[in-house]
Design a protein around this ligand. Structure first.
Ligand SMILES: CC(C)(COP(=O)(O)OP(=O)(O)OC[C@H]1O[C@@H](n2cnc3c(N)ncnc32)[C@H](O)[C@@H]1OP(=O)(O)O)[C@@H](O)C(=O)NCCC(=O)NCCS
Length: 220
């Protein structure tokens, strides 16, 4: 079996590739093993193509970057967490890689070919076609405000609604995270409520806002 991935673009599938995809919704796999005509198999890695970024499955080699992002207090405070030690980051990272109920994409800055963050849909309820948690981190904070978060969110929403055929995608965001809220509202998430004083950040209690988007809202 060849380990190397062949890439395809989601959304703009090349017809001949699309025909070969064995998609298994129950596993939410974003890597497929397909048989070729000679009887051997090839791993196809899904690449979601954007204008300035590409999304590809998060992989083990991304750990060093993940570790740096989650060790940065200016990043983790927006996630309602303290910075993680290397060991804790490893535990967290392994959980993501082994999550059978979510899809996790590394965000690749096209012009440099390097990973700058990750984005995911998880806690997917098959029976209701709902992704209970959307999340995104641009881990390199020098790159905040350059449009990458909006672009990655848009691509994942398209993937979730069109490809996974989800009916609803929801998320949680801290009340002081105005940048993230702006991005979510701009892209069509509606505020649906809040959990009062649900997180303690920098010694202060903060509300957690609940936001959601329906497939029909994404399409309109
Ligand atoms: C939130 C995050 C993903 C957004 O990604 P990003 O690449 O920085 O965002 P973008 O550049 O695409 O868009 C930022 C938008 O917020 C706006 N913005 C920035 N600061 C703002 C503020 N204080 N209040 C309101 N809007 C703000 C910008 O003007 C821009 O709006 P525009 O696209 O209409 O011009 C990224 O900043 C991040 O990873 N932050 C840390 C982790 C995090 O908060 N994750 C989300 C947890 S819910």
């Amino acid at each position: 079996m060849a380990n190397e991935g062949k890439t395809i673009a989601c959304g703009e599938y090349r017809r001949e590739d699309h025909n070969h995809i064995l998609y298994t919704p129950s596993k939410r796999s974003i890597q497929w093993i397909i048989g070729d005509q000679l009887g051997s198999s090839v791993a196809i890695v899904l690449i979601l193509e954007g204008e300035h970024i590409d999304l590809r499955p998060l992989k083990e080699e991304d750990f060093e970057d993940f570790c740096v992002w989650y060790n940065d207090e200016q990043v983790t405070r927006y996630l309602g967490m303290k910075p993680l030690s290397r060991d804790k980051a490893k535990l967290e990272f392994n959980q993501l890689l082994n999550d059978q109920n979510g899809v996790y994409f590394g965000i690749i800055k096209k012009d440099e070919g390097r990973i700058i963050g990750y984005v995911f849909l998880t806690d997917i309820l098959e029976s209701h076609m709902v992704a209970q948690e959307f999340g995104i981190v641009i881990g390199d904070r020098n790159l905040w405000g350059h449009g990458y978060g909006s672009e990655a969110t848009k691509i994942v929403l398209k993937y979730g609604f069109k490809h996974l055929k989800l009916h609803r995608i929801q998320l949680k965001v801290l009340d002081f995270n105005k940048r993230a809220q702006h991005v979510y509202r701009k892209l069509g998430f509606a505020e649906e409520g809040s959990q009062r004083e649900a997180r303690l950040v920098d010694g202060k209690w903060h509300n957690v806002l609940l936001m959601g988007m329906l497939k029909k809202e994404f399409e309109s």
